[in-house]
Design a protein around this ligand. Sequence first.
Ligand code: AGP
Length: 370
Amino acid sequence: EQIEKGGYEHFMLKEIFEQPKSVHDTMRGRLIVDEGVIKMAGIWDHIEKFKNANRIIIIACGTSWHAGLIGEYLIEEYARIPVEVEYASEFRYRNPIITDKDVVIAISQSGETADTMAALKLAKERGAFIYGICNVVDSSIARITDAGSYTHAGPEIGVASTKAFTAQLTILSLIALKLGKHNGNLGNAEFMSLIAELDAIPRKIEDVLGTTHELVQNIAKDFVSATNFLYLGRGYNYPAALEGALKLKEISYIHAEGYPAAEMKHGPIALIDENMPIVIIAPKKGHYDKIVSNVQEIKARKGKIIAVVNKGDTQVSAMADYVIEIPETSECFSPIVASVPLQLLAYYIAVYRGANVDQPRNLAKSVTVE
Ligand code: AGP
């Protein structure tokens, strides 16, 4: 096992550090920047299904569901196809309206999640076209889908999903850009600039790992005794906030909630005092000014602010108690980069609390029961 961990103390840390490679592997052979193309046989062979779809329904659980929410933003923004995102466990029990004009995308790292599998079977019975995004090759979900794309992130051993999540976001980005280019919603210049940005993401993750690892480790020390955490983000980074909170709760057992930052005023703001740590994801691109005013509201209530900002940021940084800088990228890809320090933060808080990071209590890597 020590050899498999490759010198890292836990699989989770190893998998966090593998992300420059895993994201690159997800794009390998698919994103050909010089030629200005995205090659994805699974999409291309069924392009008419996507083109004529009434809507796309994304079905998943947990972290994969968070990836699905970002997929919704991506596909709606670039391909202009309506998207709904559903928890598999709810979908299967609520008699949903599904027709043969619907495309269902199932996202699952393991490809074995019982709820996702059952939801897919239901959608299939009702005539939908089923597309899978799985990490484990030849898994049950991969086998029952009509077509799909593997994420190729490599085996993920830690129960807390890290590299599979960023690989899912990468695949969803490729799908959205490919569909958008094909159906004419995405012009060539914008397409070319977005694919160049996507191609640069592995290097940006590498940069984040190099520049924030020690810093985040130190920040974590101050929160070992925290009992609650709030994670806030807007736009594409709202699901990233949900994912950051899920990482923390599953491995450190600290109660954490993710919220869209603007929802704060509708309830969670009542929780804020000097004992409430708040992680705020505030990259320059994406409602930055709005986030600034959210941070002011938190500051006025003495919340402890841990801000994830772009390099050179001044406004949010001036108000934050802790600042984690990440490189700038397009708003739609920013959750891939912003998730990395949040994974490290959850990891180190859990390690300092003496938790079993790779195998947290009550959790299994693949949930094959209802
Ligand atoms: C992620 O950290 C969790 N362990 C969990 O939420 C997981 O994402 C969920 O069970 C779905 O698993 P899947 O992607 O293998 O279907």
